[in-house]
Write a new protein. Structure first.
Length: 250
């Protein structure tokens, strides 16, 4: 079960955190993990690739900018040139620019939408033709629990993740006849480098909102992605897999 040998996976935002762990887990199951992120993160990407290879997995990296369609299409073309196929796309890249609605600047709203939502659309569009030609594909979008429930001070981020959920359902309907599935994983509060420095009282307050009593880990999210990438999930499409410790039960 959960065998991905021979599959080529492109993971955006893979230089750290959740994206890095997703790449590692896909590689552990036999996929060739192509780690993608901004040119400014190239050294971090090299470290991620080296770690995967040291663990016995296969990996390399490509550079791209999720705001730039030409950059994304060039990265996909590079993957196809190197490996001859692209089976799995994980749209993980994302940023936050948190402010209350009345304080948020237009450019801050647009930047988050461009990277988190438009970037995922551009990447999916870029992989569509090769996936359709091979009549097999998995598109997995990393959404968020706040895209399902809203969150004060994150209007741009919430809009991008709610939009990503809607985009997931549309892609699922458009690609289903070509044996391409599209699903989303919606993480809850996840313990990452960003949350490590939060005051303990803030972490305690977070945990009170979670029935399982703890934040999730990047591995919790990566395991869900692995499942959706496999043949075992072939009858799932257009779904949102909530990985939030019970924080939200839609």
């Amino acid at each position: 079960m959960f065998e991905l040998k021979g599959k080529i996976a492109l993971i955006t935002g893979a230089s750290q955190g959740i994206g890095e762990t997703i790449a590692q887990q896909l590689a552990r199951q036999g996929a060739f993990a192509v780690c993608a992120s901004l040119p400014s993160t190239e050294e971090d990407l090299k470290k991620v690739v080296a770690t995967i290879q040291a663990q016995g997995g296969q990996a390399d990296y490509v550079l791209l900018d999720m705001r730039d369609g030409e950059s994304i299409r060039a990265a996909v073309a590079t993957v196809l040139e190197r490996h001859g196929a692209l089976h799995i796309l994980v749209n993980n890249a994302g940023i936050t620019k948190d402010k209350l609605m009345i304080q948020m600047k237009e450019e801050e709203f647009e930047l988050v939408i461009d990277i988190n939502l438009k970037g995922a659309w551009l990447a999916t569009q870029a992989v569509a033709k090769p996936m359709m030609k091979q009549r097999w594909g998995r598109v997995i979008n990393i959404a968020s629990v706040v895209g399902q429930m809203g969150n004060a001070g994150q209007g741009n981020y919430v809009a991008s993740k709610a939009g990503l959920i809607g985009l997931t359902k549309t892609i699922a309907r458009e690609f289903a006849s070509r044996n391409i599935t599209c699903n989303a994983v919606a993480p809850g509060y996840i313990a990452t480098a960003m949350t490590e420095n939060l005051p303990e009282e803030v972490k305690t307050e977070f945990n009170k909102q979670i029935p399982l009593g703890r934040m999730g880990t990047p591995l919790d999210i990566a395991n869900a992605v692995v499942f959706l990438a496999t043949d075992e999930a072939e009858y799932m499409t257009g779904q949102v897999l909530s990985v939030n410790g019970g924080m939200l039960m839609p």
